[in-house]
Design a protein around this ligand. Structure first.
Ligand code: MRU
Length: 317
């Protein structure tokens, strides 16, 4: 299969190595890789969305813990990194997993971080296999934000089935919502899918209802940042209205995510912390309200695709 771009990669050994990180804020204009050698820079990279997407944030934070351990500051690094972004649960679960080793030996920690990375890659593949039966030749598929290779350790979550279908020769057309205000759909999803030859059409977020009414979309698949125990899903702002419109137009609405994105300690969506970002991302002129995520109620979700299969949102447990 095609070599997908890697959002993060550990280079070198545990004691002196570093993280090679693709700065996604520069895509698609430039493909710039930066060397991250300390945990505070990793915090900044996560905060400013140079690395983003729930699983990729978890992987980056795990590597950030190793960078902290190199300087004898593992505990501080682990705590500090949890303050970078609040919504994606993968950040917290990856750091908890690193802490559960009860060691600050960089070699042991690097082995665990690489395991988190590799496990995510295989979960993406499995999600892809479970998504494949939903994708037929000549389908229009709509996605939002970027839940692709650049958001994970593998072939993405929402995109995994698209990649497998395309590799099998099924012709698909992917509608990528531009994803205001930071344009992850128009910049990142469009870039990564078109690079492998998948037909992508970028639409304004506000064009979704029209495109659905024109019957050009047969399936919607998005990713998730955190899934509550009752099946409510937090994902990029604009996902909830998509689900409402899908319901109105009777288009199936699926969420694809690894089980590491499910937070069984979170009973329902209202309990999910929603990141509010700086208003300057929208406009410097007047007051703004800039929540980065919204919550889609379980009742609007046709199914949740994890590495274990296709689940009804209310039977997650
Ligand atoms: O703010 P971002 O770019 O980190 O938001 C990303 C998303 O909302 C993705 O859909 C989600 O993290 C799933 S990534 C497989």
């Amino acid at each position: 299969m095609t070599n997908h771009p890697k959002p993060t990669e550990w280079i070198g050994d545990a004691k002196t190595g570093y993280v090679k990180l693709l700065d996604q804020t520069q895509l698609p204009r430039e493909e710039i890789y930066v060397e991250v050698r300390d945990f505070k820079t990793m915090w900044q990279m996560i905060k400013q969305l140079s690395v983003r997407g729930a699983p990729a944030i978890g992987i980056a934070a795990a590597y950030g813990c190793v960078l902290g351990a190199q300087k004898g500051e593992f505990a501080h690094a682990a705590q500090y990194l949890t303050t970078s972004r609040p919504t994606a649960v993968n950040l917290f679960s990856a750091i908890e997993r690193m802490k559960s080793l009860t060691t600050d030996n960089p070699e042991h920690l690097l082995r665990e971080a690489k395991a988190i990375h590799a496990e995510d890659a295989s979960m993406c593949e499995a999600i892809g296999r479970h998504t494949l039966p939903l994708i037929q030749h000549d389908m229009g598929i709509l996605t939002h934000c970027n839940a692709g290779a650049l958001a994970t350790g593998g072939i993405g979550t929402a995109t995994a089935g698209m990649y497998l279908a395309h590799a099998e020769g099924r012709k698909i057309c992917v509608f990528a919502g531009e994803t205001r205000p930071l344009l992850q759909g128009a910049r990142i999803t469009a870039w990564e899918l078109s690079t492998v030859g998948i037909d992508v059409i970028v639409i304004c977020d506000s064009a979704v209802a029209s495109v659905l009414r024109e019957d050009r979309v047969h399936l919607i698949i998005t990713g998730a940042d955190r899934i509550a125990a009752n099946g409510d899903v937090a994902n990029k702002i604009g996902t909830y209205p998509l689900a409402v419109m899908a319901h109105r137009h009777e288009v199936p609405f699926y969420v694809a995510a690894p089980s590491t994105t499910i937070d069984f300690n979170c009973p329902h969506g209202i309990a999910i912390p929603i990141e509010e970002r700086n208003g300057s991302e929208i406009t410097p002129l007047v007051r703004t309200y800039n929540p980065a995520f919204d919550v889609t109620p379980a009742e609007l979700i046709t199914g949740i695709i994890t590495e274990t299969g296709l689940h009804s949102p209310n039977e997650l447990k």
